[in-house]
Design a protein around this ligand. Structure first.
Ligand SMILES: NC(=O)C1=CN([C@@H]2O[C@H](COP(=O)(O)OP(=O)(O)OC[C@H]3O[C@@H](n4cnc5c(N)ncnc54)[C@H](O)[C@@H]3O)[C@@H](O)[C@H]2O)C=CC1
Ligand SMILES: O=C(O)[C@@H]1CCC=N1
Length: 268
């Protein structure tokens, strides 16, 4: 890609994306500009990915064709205010923040500017990200494809309507946290049965990854795949019975409802 990509904010999500872009060689690392208030953070990002760094976000905006704003929602508006005079009608502003609608960004930088709202997730770091994208009226389909290719460089992505972003946060943006909790719990049980910690994480993670791959690649319903594991009178059905008794499905649905509700509240 013949574009310069900037990141304002170099925290958990930005680092996952930078790592994914650099590993996929979508653009050379000297075409990635990164800012953060924290010099230690920048030193680490530079040491790991060899990208250009600055403590001044204005540098990043000036030098980048596509600017990914990756700061927390509570400082988001201030950051945009501080760089808005540098945003012309050619630069593409990409937002990854929960609760920052296209309309709220247009209110600050102008409704004549090019904006893409996205929701990525941290597995971007290992090229297994899942992202959603939507655009404002000033972004052409070609420009959306260009931004999509950034997100495709570290995983999969889909174009959605903006009102789907809250559901996306529930099912993929925030989801790695629940999956890590599930893996941790599985590993705890294996450790309790005498397995070493490292081996327990390996078995639990590979079981989760393999199962996810079967859903994606077999085309079979997850219930059918579950039934294939449950031998009559066997071990698995005992675990399934306990998970139903303890309300695993209901806990997941309720947790995601709260996650999505929070996202909707943050949009206001
Ligand atoms: N962490 C995740 O899994 C995901 C996060 N997001 C979104 O990404 C955004 C960032 O989240 P995280 O990376 O988790 O947060 P974080 O706290 O890890 O990173 C934010 C970074 O921004 C820097 N920063 C703060 N003020 C700044 C300023 N004025 N100029 C430049 N840098 C500044 C901080 O020093 C920090 O390094 C949020 O808006 C969040 O909604 C979206 C999807 C997933
Ligand atoms: O927890 C958050 O608010 C962000 C958005 C999705 C994942 N992390």
């Amino acid at each position: 890609m013949n574009k310069t990509i900037g990141f304002i904010g170099s925290g958990n999500m930005a680092k996952a994306m930078i790592g994914g872009i650099v590993k996929s060689k979508l653009v050379p690392s000297n075409k990635i500009n990164v800012s953060d208030l924290n010099q230690d953070t920048l030193n680490k990002v530079n040491a790991e990915f060899n990208v250009n760094t600055s403590t001044d976000s204005r540098d990043v905006v000036e030098k980048s064709d596509i600017v990914i704003v990756a700061v927390k929602p509570n400082v988001y508006d201030l950051v945009l205010e501080s760089v808005k005079d540098l945003i012309d009608n050619n630069k593409i502003i990409v937002t990854i923040a929960a609760g920052k609608t296209i309309a709220s960004i247009e209110n600050i930088i102008g409704n004549d500017k090019k904006i893409v709202r996205t929701m990525p997730n941290t597995p971007a770091l290992v090229n297994e990200g899942m992202s959603a994208l939507c655009k404002n009226k000033n972004i052409s389909n070609d420009e959306l494809d260009t931004v999509k290719s950034i997100f495709d460089s570290f995983g999969k992505s889909e174009v959605v309507s903006e009102n789907m972003i809250d559901a996306v946060i529930g099912v993929s943006g925030s989801a790695p946290a629940y999956v890590f909790m599930f893996i941790e719990a599985m590993a705890d049980a294996a450790v309790s049965a005498g397995m070493s910690r490292p081996q327990a994480y390996k078995f639990a993670s590979q079981a989760v990854m393999g199962s996810a791959k079967m859903v994606l690649e077999s085309g079979k319903h997850p219930g059918e795949l579950k039934d294939m594991v449950c031998s009559p009178g066997g071990t698995t059905i005992e675990a399934v019975k306990t998970l139903e008794e303890k309300g695993l499905r209901n806990a997941v649905i309720k947790a995601m409802e709260n996650c999505i509700k929070k996202s909707q509240e943050m949009n206001k």
